[in-house]
Design a protein around this ligand. Structure first.
Ligand SMILES: NC(=O)c1ccc[n+]([C@@H]2O[C@H](COP(=O)([O-])OP(=O)(O)OC[C@H]3O[C@@H](n4cnc5c(N)ncnc54)[C@H](O)[C@@H]3O)[C@@H](O)[C@H]2O)c1
Length: 318
């Protein structure tokens, strides 16, 4: 099948493109390389350097006629979304709508319409807000507490609308906190990548606040698998992708310190304003309907991630 991956030069998107190519699919990548890197691109993927907001993406959709779209291109920095909600909405809402509309318009004339599908990288870490049911299931009321997560929820509402009115087949994967090889250690997101990089380069990491805030850490290989199952299974709707296990940031710090052999101290800085205290996802729906469950334990995933940051060799393998 021909798959279009937006954000395919980024952390998760590039691993997904690798897997799709490995499975024998043709892959087309759209990415503006704002945070993505050329070196992440699989050499067998056809690459278009373009912004998802650009009206010219319609020409790519008309030319490529992909049956499947994995939409991962996004402004992913929550703090930037707070500082400039308009810019965030332009990328994460209007850019996403540009991708969805173009996909719908080519698929109206697509003879393989029945196999076409739109798979969206949403967030589960941020969409429920400070939930009092942990692990949190999909039916829990959404209470997004940042422009970033409001945009993700907005796109889910649009996808549901396009499904009901235009018959769009879609799956929205509400991803927890993803970590693994190729994650950008310079960004705001990704405490594992940031700590790995700092510990290995003998810099002192700073833990935000008490470090008792919890997250649900999922290895990138498990997220790739969730996308593949979303493609294969005849299901529609929203699925949490998490491990149902809470891990606090202090534990991540200690585990990585041991793995890297770092001599750094445990130093705490000020807490981030409005930072979520707990986040952990119930994945029973994905298990039952997609047949997905996380395969990587935290220790195994952290080990693989740290090894990658240590030598950055064996680039395409996870
Ligand atoms: N990493 C996580 O923990 C996590 C958690 C939940 C959801 N997600 C979602 O998964 C997706 C991938 O995230 P990631 O962690 O791989 O981040 P990433 O920054 O590595 O990947 C995003 C990619 O999108 C590209 N991009 C950004 N804006 C673009 C634009 N306007 N036009 C075209 N391309 C653009 C970037 O260059 C980059 O390659 C995102 O949609 C993100 O919101 C990630």
């Amino acid at each position: 099948m021909k798959c279009l991956v937006t954000g395919g030069a980024g952390f998760i998107g590039s691993h997904l493109a690798d897997r799709l190519i490995g499975d024998g699919h043709q892959v087309v990548v759209i990415d503006n390389l704002s945070t993505g890197k050329r070196e992440n691109l699989n050499p067998k993927a056809k690459f278009y350097k373009i912004d998802v907001r650009d009206s010219k993406i319609s020409q790519i959709f008309k030319k490529e006629r992909s049956e499947l779209v994995f939409h991962l291109a996004s402004q992913i920095d929550v703090r930037k979304s707070v500082e400039n909600s308009v810019e965030d909405a332009k990328i994460n809402i209007l850019g996403s709508l540009n991708v969805i509309q173009n996909f719908i318009s080519i698929n109206r004339q697509n003879p393989h319409k029945s196999t076409s599908k739109f798979i969206f990288a949403s967030t589960g870490g941020a969409i429920y807000g400070e939930a009092n049911v942990i692990p949190t299931p999909e039916g829990y009321p959404e209470f997004p507490l940042s422009p970033y997560s409001i945009a993700k929820l907005t796109i889910e509402k649009y996808l549901n609308y396009y499904h009901k009115v235009f018959g769009l087949s879609y799956i929205s994967l509400r991803l927890a906190n993803i970590y693994g090889p190729r994650q950008n250690s310079k960004g705001e997101a990704g405490v594992v990548a940031i700590f790995c990089d700092e510990m290995l380069s003998k810099k002192q990491p700073i833990i935000n606040g008490s470090g008792w805030q919890t997250r649900d850490f999922v290895f990138v290989g498990d997220v790739v698998e969730a996308n593949i199952l979303a493609l294969k299974k005849n299901k529609i709707g929203i699925f949490n992708i998490g491990t149902a296990k809470e891990t606090n940031v202090n534990t991540i710090f200690k585990k990585l310190k041991e793995l890297t052999g770092s001599k750094c101290k445990e130093i705490h800085g000020p807490a981030l304003l409005g930072e979520q205290k707990r986040s952990c996802l119930n994945f029973l729906k994905a298990k039952k309907e997609l047949g997905w469950k996380p395969k990587y334990s935290l220790d195994k995933g952290l080990n693989k991630t740290m090894e990658w940051f240590r030598n950055k060799s064996d680039f395409r393998k996870i």
